[in-house]
Write a protein that binds this ligand. Structure first.
Ligand SMILES: Nc1ncnc2c1ncn2[C@@H]1O[C@H](COP(=O)(O)OP(=O)(O)OP(=O)(O)O)[C@@H](O)[C@H]1O
Length: 338
């Protein structure tokens, strides 16, 4: 929660719900807020007349600073941890490859939302993901700008080598290190300062095997994982270990993993997910889809009721195909089931 939000965004009722101790601050400063619960603290202070201010020697600046100080200190004392603090991502339109304006002005994506990005090969899907990863500020070929929580993101997101804002699952997942899965995960967990390393590693391997067609264990060298297995490992690792609130996925169709479960895993962690895809099932699982043409977002569609019904049918077909794939792998003869 930043200071501006405390003063200007939350109502007094919301402040009391979030930080029940603020009531003491109001009492100590003899502020009667009972009839002003739907006001923000700034609005409440602004309701005083010039006369009130003089009569009671009200110092607005001091009261505002005092409130922030009080909340910060109490929250630290009580050990209240703020969440990652990222609630939304906003894309402000730029231009397509011909320099024409994009077909939208701005779009905001909230936490736990999945957005799919569709469009022909070479149309600019990867460019859009790159704009988000880089938190573009009108300084990429598209001229787009990215806001976090409605504001220009802090420089630390853009230029730090350890970008914690965005986790990217890219098309190529080539491991070059000579490590076992366990060593790889231990290194990663250590770099994230995880306390219960063993527990986290167990969770990741379990989730990975839940996604991958063929199971693997902690002693498998990462270089001998199949495409699907390494993808599953990276997805589980991102969902469980990465603190990045935004996940960008560039095509997961052919990776031989349970893509629906993968998405569920990522989304259940309250992340913002954007994925470029040609796959109808994945596109329809998303809440919205951006249609890219000639380098620009030409429109943003919401998944409608009919499409959601269609998704149920598509999932049945996917399961059927997946079942056949498993039978093939197991050396069975396939049977007609429809
Ligand atoms: N709005 C734009 N203005 C100028 N150049 C752009 C724009 N959008 C994309 N490009 C450029 O067009 C090329 C193709 O874009 P990109 O690689 O993002 O396509 P893609 O849809 O991801 O393709 P694929 O499906 O093959 O992965 C890139 O060189 C990219 O930088």
């Amino acid at each position: 929660m930043n200071n501006k939000d405390i003063l200007n965004k939350l109502t007094i009722r919301e402040l009391e719900e979030k930080y029940p101790f603020v009531i003491n601050y109001f009492i100590e400063n003899k502020l009667d807020i009972d009839n002003f619960k739907e006001y923000t603290f700034t609005e409440y202070l602004n309701h005083f007349s010039e006369e009130d201010i003089e009569d009671w020697a009200i110092d607005k600046e001091k009261l505002m600073e005092g409130l922030i100080e009080y909340i910060t200190q109490m929250a630290a004392f009580l050990g209240i941890k703020e969440e990652s603090g990222i609630e939304s991502l906003t894309i402000i339109a730029g231009t397509d490859k011909s320099g024409n304006k994009e077909g939208f002005k701005e779009i905001t994506i909230n936490r736990s939302e999945i957005i799919s990005i569709v469009g022909p090969t070479g149309s600019g899907k990867s460019r859009l993901l790159a704009d988000i990863e880089w938190a573009a500020q009108g300084d990429t070929p598209t001229g787009r700008s990215i806001l976090i929580n409605g504001e220009v993101p802090d420089k630390k997101w853009r230029f730090s080598s350890n970008n914690k804002l965005v986790a990217q699952l890219s098309q190529n997942m080539n491991f070059v290190m000579d490590l076992t899965v366990r060593e790889f995960l231990e290194l990663h967990a250590a770099s994230r300062l995880v306390e219960d390393v063993e527990g986290v590693i167990e969770k990741i391997i379990e989730a990975s095997n839940n996604l991958a067609g063929e199971k693997f264990d902690l002693n498998t060298p990462i270089t001998s994982l199949s495409g699907g297995q390494s993808r599953a490992l990276m997805i589980a690792d991102t969902a469980i270990l990465s603190s990045s609130p935004i996940v960008l996925i560039d095509e997961i169709e052919n990776a031989g993993i349970d893509r629906k479960k993968a998405l569920e895993l990522l989304v259940s962690k309250e992340k913002i997910v954007l994925m470029a895809t040609h796959d109808p099932t994945l596109a329809l699982i998303a809440d919205k889809r951006m249609v890219i043409k000639n380098g620009g977002i030409s429109k943003v569609l919401e998944t409608n009721e009919e499409e959601k019904e269609l998704l149920i049918e598509l999932e049945k077909i996917d399961n059927l195909v997946q079942g056949m794939r498993n039978s093939l792998r197991a050396g069975e003869t396939l049977r007609k089931t429809f």
